[in-house]
Design a protein around this ligand. Structure first.
Ligand SMILES: O=C(O)C/C=C/C(=O)C(=O)O
Length: 265
């Protein structure tokens, strides 16, 4: 069976909105396992959201750390689109029923001060383009039942993007040792995920460079004002309903969120 990208996108949106996960899409993409086809499904979904009046505010990079790749059996980075309705204020509560099977992870957010239209970007170009950094919690979620995903399932499902929370104290890139920054993610005060920024492709700037080049090549480049989530700095943690999470990243400060008791797993 082949896949109609718009219908596959609608299936994922329906799962997102009904709270009922759908079966994996793999095996329905042509050719089987084709990453470009999976991004076409993702783009069809994003078009549906934009038609409904949502606003693109940036992008997330995923699958950048060995711990996450290992846990999902997926071994290359991917990306998804962030829209304004998926932003949660620092310290804010995720309302019940908003997500299907949430997991939390700590990340670094890059906020860009310049467009990045050229795929031949250098590290110096990238450093100039980053306006500031923020600590972030990404709440990933899969619309695919049981997180039974391959790379094409997660790409089609907007890289399993759910919600994101940004800290509120901006830091300059020059003031942070991006490779060595340590991270601890706590649940109710207990560490549940620890890591370092180097876990993200060796340096989160490498992840940003990968995305900048990939999107420049696609003709839909990163732009000034975009928020880019780097990818996880440590293992993903399944959400416990009613729990509070705080991520602290050295040099970047902290960011927190909590979940209503009734969140369904
Ligand atoms: O891509 C997935 O399905 C899971 C999400 C992973 C990340 O967002 C990440 O590795 O940072």
């Amino acid at each position: 069976m082949t896949v109609d990208y718009e219908n596959a996108a609608r299936e994922l949106t329906e799962a997102r909105e009904s709270g009922k996960p759908c079966p994996p899409l793999r095996g329905r993409l042509v050719p089987d396992g084709d990453i470009d086809s999976a991004y076409l499904v993702q783009q069809a979904q994003v078009r549906q959201w934009l038609r409904r009046g949502h606003r693109r505010v940036g992008a997330k990079i995923g699958l950048t750390s060995a711990a996450v790749q290992e846990s999902l059996g997926v071994y290359q980075p991917d990306f998804g689109v962030l829209t304004e309705d998926t932003a949660v204020p620092d310290g804010g509560e995720v309302p019940p029923g908003r997500l299907l099977q949430p997991r939390v992870e700590a990340e670094i957010a890059f906020v860009l001060g310049a467009d990045l239209p050229d795929e031949r970007i250098t590290t110096a170009d990238l450093i100039r383009a980053v306006d500031h950094l923020l600590p972030a919690i990404e709440i990933v979620d899969s619309r695919i039942a049981g997180w039974d995903i391959t790379i094409v399932d997660t790409i089609a499902d907007n890289a399993s993007s759910g919600l994101f929370v940004l800290g509120t104290t901006p830091r300059r890139l020059a003031d942070v040792d991006l490779r060595l920054a340590g991270m601890v993610l706590e649940q109710g005060g207990d560490p549940v995920s620890v890591g370092a920024a180097a876990a993200c492709l060796g340096n989160p700037l490498h992840a940003l460079a990968w995305l900048a080049r990939t999107l420049a090549r696609s003709g839909d480049p990163l732009r000034a004002g975009d928020v880019v989530l780097s990818g996880a700095l440590g293992p993903l943690v399944p959400v416990t309903p009613g729990a509070a999470y705080e991520a602290r990243i050295s040099g970047l400060g902290s960011v927190r969120t909590c979940f209503a008791k009734e969140v369904e797993q």
